[in-house]
Each structure stands twice: as structure tokens, then as C-alpha cells.
Ligand binder design. Structure first.
Ligand SMILES: Cc1cc2nc3c(=O)[nH]c(=O)nc-3n(C[C@H](O)[C@H](O)[C@H](O)COP(=O)(O)OP(=O)(O)OC[C@H]3O[C@@H](n4cnc5c(N)ncnc54)[C@H](O)[C@@H]3O)c2cc1C
Length: 389
């Protein structure tokens, strides 16, 4: 594998930078965090601009609206994107990062032609309905059931932690279609239309005062059989494809964003008289090196995914490293501010941002599989150690 950028990649970098230089300041700042209708409009509007400028679905096939570009140019794009301070992918995360890629890998031609262009144009928003109150780390013990009724599945049950389900149009839904089969063999992966009777979405308040997550209740919701991805009862295999994308390549943008977050922390230290403190400098140096190493591993994951069509299990190591470095970075920000962070003077201040990033960072080691689960996966799938009991 050659991770050096070619002349063509560098030419692409100039093209990306020139576009971002104009487009980012012109688009303006995001609406307040809990204004979900405005946030949806802001995030999908930005996605549309990316699409119209030719910067959406960079590595997706051209026949579905992507650009079909090599992995190196996807990486160049992410580097420039993070450096420009462009809007966070936000509401478009699930569609772009793992629902779309799952459909490319496992969907039918009809599913790809319908959904992929809509995701890239910001016309449809996706959420993920995997976790349940009693099925998180042990996802295969999920109980939401779907029963065939003619050309539909009829769904009953409950999901939880479904991020931004209150503004989603479609969901990646895991259901049990054979209650008698061993738990991994009775699961099916469905595309559910979130705008229908029989689905109730209830947002939940979190530690930072916002409502990112929802409980989703299914009481007779219908999913046409042609919205099934993969075969009936083969959903665990498809789920692993989704999770490989979620853990392997979806975090690339977040990792590169850690670099700008570290720079902001160094700038903050200059205002608190800590910048020359040797202990602080050592911590910054260590974090810089870890972020660099994580970016190299991400480059490897993205290029491997291009070669094989699927990210490798190395993604678990990237996800683990990113989560822990991210938490250390936000703790460093809090230690610089001390009590100032708690007595901050409003949501626009630097103090409020540091506090918010710190509170938000608690989820890093839980979302997309906890750190303990990533360690289990690293042991079993990368190091080849025997399966735990
Ligand atoms: C920000 C965020 C966004 C999320 N978004 C979504 C979403 O959109 N859709 C969705 O479906 N879910 C989502 N989730 C849910 C997430 O996938 C689960 O929270 C996660 O998988 C853990 O499951 P749990 O919360 O049920 O914890 P549990 O599985 O109950 O785990 C509790 C503790 O036990 C440990 N543990 C459990 N099993 C083992 C084991 N075998 N070995 C070692 N330790 C173990 C865990 O590491 C953890 O510390 C989100 C979560 C967060 C925090």
C-alpha cells in the first residue's frame, strides 16, 4: 500500500480548498443545538451544496450519483474539510457513513437506485434502529419482531438510542424473523420508512441538555418485503457489514477533527498562562503523536476498504484509539479552565464549548460499540485469540 499523495491528488486538494474557501464562510453558522427542524434544514442544505459542487459520495459508484474517486482523494478531501471548519456532517451521518455503504455492498439494484442519490442530495435522512433496552453490546439478543403478512413485514417492539430518529425519513432496522432459531440466525435487516402509522418516536434528554437520541416504538408498522436487505434471517451477516463501515471508515472525519480540537486547546492554554508548562506541553505532544498515528491507521482502513469493498477489523482499533484520545483531549481542555468552565457565560463562549465537548465526550467510548467490545473484537479478529465465554 502506498499512502503518498500523487500529483493528481494534490491537484484535487487545490480544487477542494478553493471551493471550501468560498462556500464555508458563505454558508454561515449552524442553528442552536436543540432546534431540530432548523438543524435538519441546515445539514441537508449543506449536503446539497456538497453534492452540487461534486463533493458528495466521493468514493460511491458514479451510476448512483457518486464520483467514483480513489480512496486517496477521499482522504485529501477529509483533510481539507477539517482544516476549513466546514459544517459537521450531522444529520447526514448515518446515510453517508454506513446506510449508503451497506446498500452499495448488500442492497438490490432497486434499493441502490432509489436511496443512494437521495442520500447524496440531502433529500433523505437516515437513522439506525439496532439497539434495544436489553440488546446493546449483545445486539444479537434483540427482540423487536417482524411477521410476514403478504408482501409486508409487520413490526412490533422497541428500539433505543436511535440518534436523530426524530428527524429521520428512513431507518436501518434489525428485527427478529425467526424466534426459534439460534439468536444470530433469526435476524433480518430492513429499510423502514419512518413516516408511517405504527411508529412513535420519543426524543430523550441527555447530560448536555440536548435531545440527540430517541426511543422508537413499533406497533404494527409495515415494511414491504422489497425493503429487506439481504435474505430473511441473514441479517446478522448484513449487520456486520454495517458495523464494519460504522467502526472502520465512518469516524475518519472525526479523527481528523481532533487535530483542530487540539490546536484550539493549545490556543486556549495561551489565554490561561499554561502554554509554557512542561507537563501541558508533554500531554499535547503525546496527543499530537496519537492523532497522527490514528490518521495513518484511518488511511489504511480507507484504502483497504477500497481494495476489498469492506473496511477491515482494524477499524475497531481506530475506534478505540479515537474514543480514548478524544476523551483525554476534552479533559485537558477542562483542566485548563478549571472552575471557569462551570461558571461559563453562555453557549457562544469558549468556556461553554469546552464544557460541552467534555460532557459530549462521555459517549465516545459507548457509541458504535463500547471500548470493552472493541477490545474483545481486537483480541478475537485481529490478534486471533480464542473467543471469550
Ligand atoms: C452517542 C451514542 C449514539 C448512539 N446511537 C445509536 C443509534 O443511532 N442506533 C442504535 O441502535 N444505537 C445507538 N447507540 C447505542 C450503542 O450502540 C449502545 O449504547 C452500545 O452498543 C452499548 O450498549 P448498552 O448501552 O446497552 O450497554 P451494555 O451493553 O448494557 O453495556 C454495559 C457495560 O457492560 C460492558 N459489557 C457488555 N458486554 C460485555 C462483554 N461481552 N465484554 C466486556 N464488557 C462488556 C460494556 O462495555 C459496558 O461498559 C448509541 C449510543 C451512543 C452513546
Amino acid at each position: 500500500m502506498d499512502l503518498r499523495y500523487s500529483d493528481a491528488d494534490e491537484a484535487f486538494r487545490k480544487e477542494v480548498r478553493a471551493w471550501l474557501d468560498d462556500a464555508v464562510p458563505a454558508y454561515g453558522p449552524p442553528p442552536p443545538p436543540d432546534h431540530w427542524v432548523e438543524r435538519r434544514a441546515y445539514d441537508t442544505g449543506w449536503q446539497r451544496q456538497l453534492h452540487d459542487a461534486g463533493f458528495a459520495g466521493l468514493n460511491w459508484p458514479e451510476e448512483y450519483g457518486g464520483r467514483g474517486l480513489p480512496a486517496t482523494q477521499q482522504l485529501v478531501f477529509l483533510e481539507e474539510y477539517a482544516a476549513s471548519g466546514a459544517p459537521y456532517v450531522g444529520i447526514n451521518f448515518v446515510g453517508n457513513a454506513h446506510a449508503g455503504p451497506t446498500l452499495i455492498a448488500e442492497g438490490t439494484e432497486e434499493q441502490r437506485r432509489f436511496h443512494l442519490p437521495r442520500i447524496l442530495k440531502g433529500e433523505s435522512v437516515w437513522c439506525q434502529g439496532f439497539s434495544e433496552p436489553e440488546a446493546g453490546s449483545d445486539l444479537a439478543s434483540l427482540k423487536t419482531r417482524a411477521v410476514r403478512d403478504g408482501d409486508d413485514y409487520v413490526v412490533h417492539g422497541q428500539k433505543i438510542w436511535s440518534t436523530r430518529a426524530h428527524v429521520a425519513d428512513y431507518g436501518e432496522l434489525l428485527v427478529r424473523t425467526d424466534a426459534d432459531a439460534p439468536k444470530h440466525q433469526g435476524i433480518t435487516w430492513l429499510i423502514v420508512d419512518m413516516h408511517q402509522p405504527g411508529i412513535e418516536v420519543r426524543p430523550m434528554k441527555t447530560l448536555d441538555g440536548e435531545s440527540h437520541f430517541c426511543e422508537v416504538f413499533f406497533d404494527g408498522a409495515r415494511v414491504p418485503v422489497h425493503n429487506r436487505v439481504g435474505e430473511e434471517n441473514d441479517g446478522w451477516r448484513v449487520t456486520n457489514v454495517t458495523l464494519r463501515f460504522e467502526r472502520g471508515t465512518a469516524f475518519a472525519q472525526h479523527i481528523i477533527t481532533l487535530r483542530s480540537q487540539l490546536r484550539r486547546t493549545v490556543a486556549l492554554a495561551a489565554t490561561t498562562g499554561t502554554a509554557d508548562d512542561p507537563g501541558f506541553q508533554r500531554q499535547v505532544g503525546r496527543l499530537e503523536a496519537r492523532i497522527d498515528a490514528l490518521w495513518r491507521m484511518t488511511q489504511r482502513c480507507v484504502t483497504e476498504a477500497e481494495a476489498s469493498g469492506l473496511p477491515s477489523p482494524l477499524g475497531s482499533a481506530v475506534k478505540l484509539g479515537y474514543s480514548e484520545a478524544g476523551q483525554e483531549l476534552t479533559r485537558l481542555g477542562m483542566s485548563l479552565l478549571g472552575r471557569r468552565a462551570i461558571g461559563n457565560d453562555g453557549s457562544e463562549s469558549e468556556e461553554a464549548r469546552v464544557l460541552h465537548d467534555y460532557l459530549w465526550s462521555f459517549q465516545y467510548t459507548i457509541a458504535a460499540g463500547t471500548s470493552q467490545i472493541q477490545r474483545n473484537l481486537i483480541a478475537e479478529r485481529i490478534l486471533g485469540m480464542p473467543k471469550g465465554r
